[in-house]
Structures are given as structure tokens and as C-alpha cells.
Design a protein around this ligand. Sequence first.
Ligand code: UCC
Ligand code: FAD
Length: 583
Amino acid sequence: REAAGFLPFSTAKIGSFFQQRPVLKNPFLEDALLRGYLRRHLPQEASLSDLCSFGERIANEVDVWGRECEVTPPRLVHFDPWGRRVDHIVTSSAWKRMKDLSAQEGLVAIGYERSFGEWSRVYQMSKLYIFSPSSGLYTCPLAMTDGAAKVIQSTGVSWPVEEAFHRLTTRQPEYFWTSGQWMTERQGGSDVASGTETVAVPQTDGSYKLHGFKWFTSATDADMTLTLARVQDRTGATTTGSRGLSLFYAEVSRDEDGRLKGIEVQRLKDKLGTRQMPTAELLLDGLPAHRLSEKGRGVASIANMLTITRIHNSISAAAGMRRVVQLARDYANRRTAFGRLLKDHPLHMQTLARMEVETRGAFLLVMDVCRLLGREESGIATQHDAHLLRLLTPVAKLYTGKQAVAVVSEGLESFGGQGYIEDTGLPGLLRDAQVLSIWEGTTNVLSLDVLRCVARSSGMVLHAYFTHAKSLLAGASSVSTLVPAVKAVDCALSELEDFVQVAATRAPGYLELAARDLAYSLARIYTGALLIDHACWEGASTSDTYAALRWCERDLCPVVTKQARGCYDLRTAALDAALVYDG
Ligand code: UCC
Ligand code: FAD
């Protein structure tokens, strides 16, 4: 055409070529591992058809709302036009639609209806998994809502929280409530025991008024919250540390003038990501509240919430990875470079395959935690299951949180420059992944939590871990294709067992330095065993086998590798500090 005098830009200022965008298809149908996992464990037609139609709705309707939440972030209106303090958090209509949708789809309710017995949590989390990247971060309030319902269920569904429980777990949108989780204060989010200044002043009717400052409160448009405070005695004194903390329930309500009762919203946080959702600083100035825990048992009582929210966090991490892989593989079918579609460049496929392996590992790890939670809630968990659930919850949260950042970042690169362009919606995936390793306990804090739970169980937690990981390998003994993977996991398990024995004889500082690598080792080995186990299932595909082999090629036990290099010696700690502060 150029020879005939027709130049590409001669008639149109914007040129003639337009790249096709990646298309989100039904995220349930697009996910071979999710469907395989459910076929294996939860083959009931009702759950599969529900997931399929929800997936259709996500692709055709909900994903656009999620985007609307991102581009219409919440804002805070302090005063009404006549100067009265109102502290209204104005959210988008899409955010409100997400709330209704969440109730209708039973995104919290399913966990409490338990229609699928011990597999109800797996079913609920599967829905959240396909929903999460399209949810405009509505999965955040849902996580806290689920966590609050769990705490109420464990402390007793009776006055004053009976109605709240029913509202948190309903499918009726007009009745549905969400909950906040206000733990973090200015002095500390990790070290809650030292950081909490909020005091609870007893009232004559047995209730309390809370006075304090909550530094991070997400989805602050919630209807209620669970929070921590120190009960004042008659002299106004409080107990310091963890043993001074109690758990409180408070409703977020307004007086007849439209003012929040006992709360001032100081400001909304200006955040890297999670912009769809309000995160506020709150002054509690006489917030009416009820104590839910025994005095001084606040942390132990809110731990049930932490278990649930950390599992949701892991689901969101796996879901973020899955979404970027789904979009990247679609794009590779549409984008041409160097005369070939991206999918025909082996190096590009290798990159996506590595992301896929990470995603599969994350998915199986977190689903296994959901399986254990389901067993516990159905009353069929053994002591062994309970130990595993306690150990694997922080392990899954800390490991998948980090994986999500790496995989989503790689995923953005697979779109080239477009991955960096705001209105493609892709950068938001990375921003929202970054928070997953920070809130609900940072990587280090959770690594230390792993150490503590191991120490407190006198070895029972690790015993459950080793026993179960080995049992997952049992079915693979006759599958020749999996031999290298099984050998790698077997060997890593032995190394880890040796490490644990040796480390127990060292000074306490030794294990502290090893904590993160130990948690990573626990995650990698167990995930390897899960991938092998899944690949042995009769319905598994050759890709399932391949994924297991690829996963197990990595250093499964970094704690032993680094131990051999002297990384945890106290001398190394001093050298680390000197290096950081060099100059
Ligand atoms: O970030 C937040 C919300 C973000 C928005 C929601 C996102 C949800 C996902 C959405 C996806 C899109 S809320 C703030 C979250 N904050 C944290 O996670 C705090 C991180 N710090 C820790 O986890 C620390 O380890 C602390 C606060 C738990 C440490 O406190 P203590 O008091 O020093 O801890 P202790 O002494 O270890 O534990 C006190 C008691 C013990 O029980 P007893 O007294 O019976 O021996 C522990 O066994 O609490 C028990 N406990 C636990 N039990 C402590 N942690 C746990 C646990 N994880 N599970 C069971
Ligand atoms: P710090 O505790 O000061 O930690 C700083 C660094 O030190 C971290 O890297 C940590 O890993 C490291 N560190 C701390 N202690 C140790 C140790 N012993 N050994 C080794 N390393 C250590 N909180 C709520 O309660 N409710 C909410 O709704 C909520 N929403 C949030 C929303 C967003 C977007 C964000 C970013 C945070 C939110 N948080 C919320 C707060 C969050 O839970 C805390 O920020 C988090 O727990 C970390 O606490 P911190 O900020 O005090 O960090």
C-alpha cells in the first residue's frame, strides 16, 4: 500500500494499528487447577455450577465495578454545609454494590451455613479467590467480617453480639453488616502489647467507653468493630503489656445530629495501593463498647480473627497471582513481537510457566489451610490437624504475601510498557499485592509467630508437620515421573528435621535469626508435597506433574543452606548491623 502512495499515518493522526487488550474470561473456567482441586475434593454439582455462574458474573459485570472502586476512591467529609461535624466517608456506588453482592453470594455466610460440611470453607474461599482481583478490595472488609463472626462464634452468640453475628453472616443485603478490626495504634502495629494506649472506662451498666487513637482502621465504613483496650480500675490505673489487653465489641453508629457516637475520623490515609477502600485514623472519644473477652485475654481472643483474616490474605495473594497469569497468557495470544505472537517465544512462555508454578503452589498451600479450618469447624479435626492449622496459617500468609509481589511484578512486565500504564488496571494489581506482606502481621513478625507456636507446643506442631508432609508423598512411590520431586522433598524434610534438632541446642538468638528462612523452608517443602500429592490424583494432568517437578527444583530448605554458611551465628548478626550502618 505504501508503494501505491498510501502511508499509514497519512489519513489518521492516531495510526492504523491498535493492540487488542487482554480479556478477562470466566476466572473459574480459566483455572484448571481450581477446577481439578474441586473435582477431587468437592465434586457436588451445586458448588461447581455456583462457582461457574459467579465466574461469569465476575467477568461480565463485577470486574467493571472493581475498576470503578479504584478510580472513584473514598473521600472524607468532615463537616456538613452548616458547619456541623459529620465525618462522612463517602464511597463509590460500586463499593456499595460490592457489599450487596457479597451478601447475596454468601461470601461470608457460606463459611457459617456449612452446607458442604468440612469442605464449606474450601467452597467459600474458592468463591473469594475468583472474586478477589475484581472486588475493588471489598475482600478486605469481608475478611474482617468473617474474622469478627468467628470471634463471636467462639466467645458465644448471645447478647450483646447476637444480632451482630446474624448480620455478619446473612445473605440479605439490607441486613448485612461488615466489621472493622482496630488493633494498630501509633506506637505499634506488630507489638500490639506495648503499643496499645486505648483505655476502657467501665460504666455503671457493665458496658465501657473507649478512649484512644487507632492509627490504621481499614474499611472504616464498617457497621461495627472488634478492638483492643486496657480496662481502667477504680483508680484509673491500667495493666501494661499483653496481660492488660481486653477485646471489645463496638457499633459504629450516629446520634440524632448525624455525628458518629464517640468517634472522630481524623483523616483518611493516602496509600500506595488499596485506594479503593477507606483506611482512617480514628480518635475514640468515649466510644460505647462491650467487653467480649475476659480481662487481659484480648490478644488470645482476637487470635481467632487473625487466623481468619490471615487465611483471607493468603487467598487474595494466590488470587492476585492467578489473575495476572490469566491476563498475561491471554495477552500472549494477541501480542506480536519480532514477527511472532508472544506465546511462540519460548523464553516468554518459560517466564509465564514459572509464574504459573508459583501460583499453583500458593493455591494448594492456602487451600490446604482452608481444608484444615473446615475440619476444625466441623468438629472432626484431630489434634494433629489443629497443630497443622496453627502452624500453616502464618506460614501460608507470610509466604504467599511475598510470592504475590514477585509474581504480579513479573506479570506486569509481561505486558511490556502497557503493564506500567495506569488505566489498563494492571498497576493496581501490584500496588494491592504490596500490602499483603505488611498488614495482618509482617513477614518477620509472622516468622517469629511460627517460632513461638512451635516452642509452645513442645514439638507437637512440628511433629504434625513432618508426619503429614511425609504422608502426602506416600501415593507417589509408584509414580516414576515424580521421582526427582519426591526425592527432593524427602531429602529436604530430613535436612529440616536435623536442623530443628541442632537449632534447639543453640542460643535463642540463633533461631531468631533463622526464623524467616525456617518459615520459608516450611512453606516450600510442604507446598512441594502438596503439588506431588495433587499430581498423583487419578484425575491429574501432565501439567500437574510438570508443576510439581518444577517447584521441587528450587532450594526447598533455605534454612539449611544458610545455616551451612554460618548465617545465623551471632557474629553474623553483628556484621549485618555493621553493614547496614556502614558509613
Ligand atoms: O492489619 C490489620 C487489618 C488489615 C485489613 C484486613 C486485611 C485482611 C486480608 C484482606 C485481603 C484482601 S489488623 C492488624 C493486624 N495486626 C497483626 O496482625 C499484629 C501482628 N502482631 C502479632 O501477630 C504479634 O505476634 C502479637 C500481637 C499476637 C503478639 O502479642 P503478644 O501478646 O506479645 O503475644 P503472645 O504472648 O505470643 O500471645 C498472647 C496469647 C497467647 O495465648 P495464651 O496466653 O493462651 O498462651 C498466644 O498463644 O495469644 C495467643 N496467640 C495466638 N493464638 C497469639 N497469636 C496467636 C495466633 N496467631 N493464633 C493463635
Ligand atoms: P512495625 O511494627 O513498626 O514494623 C516495622 C518493621 O519492623 C517491619 O518490617 C517489621 O517486620 C519489623 N519488625 C517489627 N518487629 C520485629 C521483630 N521483633 N523482629 C524483626 N523484625 C521486626 N491495622 C489494624 O489494626 N486495622 C486495620 O484495619 C489496618 N489496616 C491497614 C491498612 C493498610 C493499607 C496498612 C498499610 C496497614 C493497616 N493496618 C491496620 C496496620 C498494619 O497491621 C500494621 O502496619 C502492621 O501490622 C505493621 O505494624 P507497624 O506499622 O507498627 O510496623
